[in-house]
Design a protein around this ligand. Structure first.
Ligand SMILES: Cc1cc2nc3c(=O)[nH]c(=O)nc-3n(C[C@H](O)[C@H](O)[C@H](O)COP(=O)(O)O)c2cc1C
Length: 181
């Protein structure tokens, strides 16, 4: 089973990257590939650029990575209630290459932020939008107040959130016939 995971942020200290990587640790035995949006930095999408230069190779490579996954674990960072510019830009380019970039792809969709809502705004946007691009969202989870509720060694430390998250992980593992450890 191949998992492709990333935080939808270009911050080198991205809490969403941390959360996505942490989530992969539950899928023992899976072949895990973690992407960093900084490796796929692209000029800001414009129809003029597309006409003149076509779709950049990095957008095609990113799309190929999405396509290679049996499970995508994406943790969405929220900027002003929506996607970060870095993610929106790559999403725009990829969608011009392949409008069904998530076709037949199962997603565990996450978000986290330092705030009380844990990125629920961007989560709501993605829950509506990603299926239009073919995504099958198996489960989704927003972790509020990352700094208080997450610990690098212990994971999620608030009991109710931890239980809710673990239930979702278990459901996804059982979808793939994986044993719970
Ligand atoms: C321009 C900007 C806008 C932001 N807007 C929001 C927001 O709407 N909601 C929120 O919960 N956090 C917001 N934040 C705080 C981010 O959630 C925080 O920076 C978080 O660390 C981003 O995730 P990342 O570390 O994975 O990049 C914003 C931060 C910036 C820099």
């Amino acid at each position: 089973m191949k998992i492709v995971a990333f935080g939808a942020s270009n911050s080198s200290r991205s809490i969403n990257k941390k959360f996505a990587v942490f989530t992969t640790s539950f899928f023992l035995g899976a072949d895990v590939s973690v992407l960093d949006l900084n490796d796929y930095e692209l000029p800001i999408y414009s129809s003029d650029r597309e006409k003149e230069f076509g779709i950049p190779d990095k957008a095609i490579l990113f799309c190929d990575q999405l396509q290679s996954a049996d499970l995508l674990i994406i943790s969405l960072a929220e900027h002003n209630g929506s996607y970060t510019a870095a993610f929106k830009n790559i999403f725009d380019w990829v969608s011009r290459h392949n409008g069904k970039c998530f076709e037949n792809k199962n997603l565990f969709l996450l978000s986290t932020s330092p705030g009380q809502r844990g990125g629920k705004g961007v989560m709501d946007t993605a829950l509506v939008r990603f299926p239009i691009h073919g995504a099958e969202i198996l489960e989704y989870f927003s972790l509020p107040k990352f700094g208080e509720n997450f610990n690098a060694e212990l994971g999620i430390i608030e009991e109710e959130l931890k239980e809710s998250f673990h239930t979702k992980v278990r459901k996804i593992k059982s979808h793939y016939g994986m044993e719970d450890h």
